[in-house]
Design a protein around this ligand. Structure first.
Ligand SMILES: [Zn+2]
Length: 185
C-alpha cells in the first residue's frame, strides 16, 4: 500500500509542474505525447486580475501560444482547452522545466511589440487591458505592475503612441490609450 502511495508522489522537480506565469491563473494543464515524465506541459490560463472571460493556451516546451481563434476572437476556457489538448497531442518537445526568464529590456520589448500589434488604425484610441498581454505571459514572466510601469515609461517618452489617463471615476489607477497613427499627408 505504502509503495503505491510513494510512486504517486511528485518527483523532486515537480514544482515546475505547478508553475503559474505571474499575473495569471492556470486552470488546466496538459502533457504532450512524450508522456508523463518527459513530455512538455501545455497550460490553459486566464489573467488573474482582469476579470474577463478570456483564456489562452501556451506550451512550456515550444513556442506555441494562442489567445485568439481563427476568427481573431478571444478564447473561452473550453476553446483554449481544446487548442491546448490538440497541441499536446502533436507536440514532441521535451520537458525542460520552466522557460528561460527574459531580462528587463527584452520584457519591455515584449510589452512594446504587443502594443504595436494592438495599435488602432483610427480614428479612436484603443484602451489597453491587461488581458491584451495574455499571449505574452509565459515569455514575459512579469507581474501586472511591471507591465504597467513599462507602459508608463512608453507613455512618458512617446505620447503620440501611448497616452496615460486617469481611470474613470469610481475606479483607481490609470487607463492606457493607444493612439492611432497620425494621418498621412
Ligand atoms: Zn509544444
Amino acid at each position: 500500500m505504502l509503495s503505491s502511495l510513494f510512486t504517486r508522489r511528485p518527483a523532486a522537480s515537480d514544482p515546475d509542474l505547478f508553475w503559474t506565469p505571474p499575473g495569471t491563473t492556470v486552470v488546466q494543464r496538459y502533457r504532450n505525447t512524450l508522456g508523463p515524465l518527459e513530455g512538455a506541459i501545455v497550460l490553459v490560463y486566464t489573467s488573474a486580475s482582469d476579470r474577463s472571460s478570456a483564456y489562452a493556451a501556451a506550451c512550456l516546451g515550444c513556442t506555441y501560444r494562442a489567445a485568439r481563434n481563427d476568427h481573431r476572437a478571444r478564447l473561452g476556457e473550453a476553446e483554449a482547452a481544446d487548442l491546448a489538448n490538440t497541441h499536446a497531442a502533436h507536440c514532441r518537445a521535451i520537458n525542460r522545466g520552466l522557460p528561460a526568464i527574459s531580462d528587463d529590456d527584452t520584457a519591455v520589448k515584449i510589452v512594446r511589440n504587443r502594443l504595436g500589434k494592438l495599435r488602432p488604425y483610427g480614428p479612436s484610441a484603443y484602451p489597453v487591458r491587461l488581458t491584451d498581454f495574455l499571449e505574452d505571459r509565459v515569455d514575459l514572466q512579469r507581474d501586472d505592475d511591471f507591465i504597467k510601469q513599462a507602459m508608463f515609461e512608453i507613455a512618458r517618452t512617446d505620447r503620440s503612441f501611448l497616452k496615460a489617463a486617469p481611470a474613470y471615476s469610481g475606479d483607481t489607477g490609470t487607463r492606457f490609450l493607444l493612439q492611432p497613427p497620425p494621418p498621412r499627408k
